[in-house]
Design a protein around this ligand. Structure first.
Ligand code: NOJ
Length: 552
């Protein structure tokens, strides 16, 4: 049990891999992935170099929101195994120095949860009823936006049994818990204790901006909500120091910043607005959107860390862009309207960049060199595709492609029994894109990703250092310095589909030699004037700037 903590800020150097138990590997061949399957693939993950697994919800659930509709917080969905299987899996992950993050869906439950079943029957005002947010009218909290715009018309739904409306920020089968009622937080802390005692390394706090409501506000990021988050952090720090809280707050940087508190709320938070701007910059061949959003990103406390990602299990969200930017993104990345869902684009990384290996590498170079901890989405390390014909966000949640065998090697079941058909098109289908083939090919994307991860892990500066963007006249080229301790890293990236030159203002490093980090190649020494560089299309370099005395 008491294996950790080595460094309480371990998350700063982590490489996080996001996956769904259901989608990874099906050990008992019933068509659904399971913990035994995930355990059997830990060697693969260790070999890839990741150091932390973030598991999507695996709890009992009617599965109407892929498990984000929880009906029992203290068990494992029977299709994925048992609590025993979970414990074995956590122990096996820890043996390989892989940490495990689980989901804490704090904001809402399934309407099938016993709390809701009791609430709807309990008299108004009773403690059972008050576990959720009720109203006699659907006119309260009018200023709160609707998040799942494709499915929901209102944040209120009438419950005939309770004879009242209940509040929900997401699907109408996901009633929001009522954090005005102290019992709700007590229950949640109890749930946390349950999993922390099973040695999990932390939680992704789902949808935390919406915990509390207040009339006349948009019901997001309210002071009361921050009070709740502080209490959650206090609970962790007291009983389980070294465990992690990762905030899912899809907000502008200035609104996410308070979720770090003064180092007394979440340790990490996703940087949502950066991600669409990376894709925008790529299509525009202009790095301005990235520099702009990083300029709007406030400093964070010393112990805090951004979570960076290119893609995840949801749509590529366009909530944190302007209307014009949104229109542009739809135009650029979702020619087929089927690719859109809610306010976003439901596609995986490889198809978003038309399978271009160079662009995949370029985007990953940013993911691995920007300030924060990189979070990879399963399958993106082999360039998996998506299926826009599946409903909701299921097209980016298809089975992991292990080999060219039946069901992509994910399961030996009758293909009809699979929880989802695997990707089968000629470009991204499992016969073309799979782990086995890529393991055998030293120039595969998978091999490149392993290399990239290994390199990143050698340099703490990436997870811990400062960033400074260099002014470059050619806007297709992004140049930035990462610094930590004595390390100075220069990253240069070309967002254009053509070769580009740039002059880098590096005079202050006169006498230093840029050493290219993948091949350990010395480049010409930096002189008195700006440093000229040329990059191939979508090319990038990482250089260690080495002082004359440090050169071998
Ligand atoms: C955020 C999750 O990422 C998403 O998948 C889910 O649908 C909503 N929260 C609602 O739980």
């Amino acid at each position: 049990m008491a294996r950790r903590p080595r460094d309480p800020q371990w998350y700063k150097d982590a490489i996080i891999y996001e996956t769904h138990v259901r989608a990874f590997f099906d050990k008992n061949n019933d068509g659904v992935g399971d913990f035994a399957g995930l355990l059997s693939k830990l060697d693969y993950l260790q070999d890839l170099g990741i150091t932390c697994l973030w598991l999507l919800p695996f709890f009992p659930s009617p599965q109407r929101d892929d498990g984000y509709d929880i009906s029992d917080y203290r068990d494992v969905h029977p299709a994925y195994g048992t609590l025993e299987d979970f414990k074995l899996f956590v122990a096996a992950a820890h043996e390989r120095d892989i940490r495990v993050l689980v989901e804490l869906v704090v904001n809402h439950t399934s309407d099938q949860h016993p709390w809701f079943q009791a609430a709807r029957r309990a008299p108004p005002g009773s403690p059972e009823r008050e576990m959720y947010v009720w109203s006699d009218t659907d006119h309260k909290y009018k200023d709160a936006r609707i998040i799942f715009t494709d499915t929901e018309k209102s944040n209120w739904t009438w419950d005939p049994e309770a004879q009242a409306y209940f509040w929900h920020r997401f699907f109408s089968h996901q009633p929001d818990l009522n954090f005005e009622n102290p019992r709700v937080l007590r229950e949640m802390l109890d749930v946390m204790r349950f999993w922390l005692d099973m040695d999990v390394d932390g939680f992704r706090l789902d949808a935390i901006p919406y915990l509390c409501e207040a009339e006349g506000t948009n019901c997001e990021n309210l002071p009361k909500t921050h009070e709740v988050v502080k209490q959650i952090r206090d609970f962790v720090d007291r009983g389980y120091p070294g465990r992690l809280l990762l905030a899912e707050a899809n907000q502008w940087p200035a609104d996410v910043r308070p979720y770090f508190g003064e180092g007394d709320e979440c340790h990490m938070a996703f940087h949502f607005p950066l991600m669409p701007r990376i894709f925008m910059a790529l299509r525009l061949e202009d790095t301005r959107p990235i520099v702009d959003i990083m300029g709007q990103t406030p400093p964070i406390p010393e112990s805090s860390q951004w979570g960076l990602f290119l893609r995840n299990h949801d749509e590529l969200t366009l909530e944190m862009v302007t209307t014009d930017e949104r229109d542009y993104m739809y135009l650029a990345y979702s020619a087929d309207p089927r690719m859109r869902v809610n306010i976003g684009i439901r596609r995986r990384l490889a198809p978003l960049v038309e399978g271009s290996r160079r662009r995949i590498e370029l985007l990953n170079s940013l993911l691995f060199s920007f300030p924060g901890t990189p979070i990879l989405y399963y399958g993106d390390e082999i360039g998996m595709g998506d299926n826009v014909y599946l409903g909701d966000r299921n097209g980016v949640r298809t089975p992991m492609q292990w080999s060219a065998d039946r069901n992509g090697g994910f399961s030996r079941c009758n293909p009809a029994a699979l929880y989802s058909q695997p990707i089968m098109d000629p470009v991204y289908g499992y016969q073309t894109v799979n782990v086995e083939a890529q393991l055998e090919n030293s120039s595969s994307l998978l091999a490149w990703m392993r290399n990239m991860i290994a390199l990143r892990k050698l340099f703490k500066v990436f997870g811990r250092g400062s960033i400074e963007f260099l002014p470059v006249e050619n806007r297709a080229v992004l140049a930035y310095l990462r610094r930590w301790d004595r390390d100075v890293i220069l990253c240069v990236a070309n967002f254009s589909r053509f070769a580009q030159p740039a002059q880098l203002p590096l005079e202050r490093f006169r006498g230093f030699t840029p050493v290219e980090m993948f091949g350990y190649t010395e480049f010409p020494r930096i002189g008195d004037s700006s440093y000229p560089i040329t990059l191939g299309r979508y090319g990038f370099y990482w250089f260690e700037l080495t002082e004359p005395a440090d050169l071998p």
